[in-house]
Design a protein around this ligand. Structure first.
Ligand SMILES: [Zn+2]
Length: 300
């Protein structure tokens, strides 16, 4: 196994945010990933997307798969939980039956173990955000973080339980990474504007999924927005209406991006964009760029 990709922690007064990276690489053809993207638009933007966000060798979009460990004076919180190990993902060969020690090593680098996590916050219930919710133990899926409450949005959870009931083969990650949490009574079902306390607050960012939330941590002017999947590539900053293939409601996702980036534009709020490649663009501030937005990497 290779050495873990380490990304520097971000300190906001008495809060520390540690990225925990499971994978990074060129994963998807941009024309497939963004169904309405045209060749012309891609060419127009190629020069600034390469090499970090668009791999010059393969032409594919570079994505990071990561979690964030947030240490506050009161709690240790894991936001999203990557893909996970030993999970059958026939539709995604690169994530099928993964046996990776990257997440484990990344978590160890934060100085915490699985018993130290008080909350796991699930921005949404997609395959690359819930995987380490559970791990395989004697042939059963058990909560990876035995002392944690797993925070999930109510409509998000209801939607996916329903999908799983209809056809479990389309969302195997619900079967092995979400339902076992509910069976173990470790879930805490909330509304997507839930506040854990005044320093950890969910912000509803619907569209990519039905009840997606982002998480704002810190205090005014010393804060960060952990975006989850409200954005996948900086290209969606320049063109907020550019939808991605797995969106539940692409027009709504576009409106969400515009609203959120407008709100945080030219403020000191850091944006931690889960899928942006590190270390180039994972921590940034939002600025105007024509009719859209750009992300300026910030040294933290
Ligand atoms: Zn994702």
């Amino acid at each position: 196994m290779s050495n873990p990709i380490l990304s520097k922690p971000i300190t906001l007064q008495d809060i520390t945010i540690h990225p925990v990276i499971e994978q990074q690489g060129p994963f998807f053809d941009p024309m497939v990933f963004f169904p309405t993207l045209t060749k012309e638009l891609l060419e127009e933007n190629r020069s600034w997307l390469e090499p970090y966000s668009l791999d010059p060798a393969t032409g594919q979009i570079v994505l990071c798969v990561q979690s964030y460990v947030v240490k506050t004076p009161h709690h240790n919180i894991l936001i999203d939980s990557c893909v996970g190990n030993d999970k059958p993902r026939p539709a995604r060969p690169m994530w099928d039956m993964m046996k990776s020690d990257q997440f484990e090593k990344g978590l160890a680098a934060t100085g915490l173990g699985v018993n130290d996590i008080d909350y796991v916050m699930c921005t949404h219930l997609h395959v690359d955000h819930v995987g380490w919710n559970t791990r395989l133990e004697n042939g059963r899926w058990v909560p990876t973080f035995p002392n944690a409450k797993y925070i999930m949005a109510d409509r998000e959870l209801a939607h996916w339980i329903e999908q799983e009931k209809k056809d479990a083969t389309v969302c195997p990650w619900i079967t092995d990474s979400v339902l076992p949490i509910v069976a173990a009574k470790r879930e805490q079902v909330v509304q997507s504007d839930f506040a854990l306390n005044d320093q950890v607050v969910c912000l509803p960012t619907p569209g990519h999924t039905i009840d997606h939330f982002s998480v704002r941590v810190g205090r005014k002017d010393r804060d960060a927005l952990i975006a989850g999947d409200m954005i996948h590539s900086p290209l969606q900053g320049r063109y907020p209406e550019l939808g991605m293939r797995a969106d539940h409601d692409s027009p709504q996702a576009g409106r969400t991006r515009r609203k959120v980036f407008d709100r945080f534009c030219d403020t000191p709020t850091l944006i931690c964009a889960t899928h942006f490649p590190v270390p180039s663009a994972a921590t940034c501030c939002v600025k105007h760029w024509g009719d859209g937005y750009k992300f300026e990497a910030v040294e933290v």
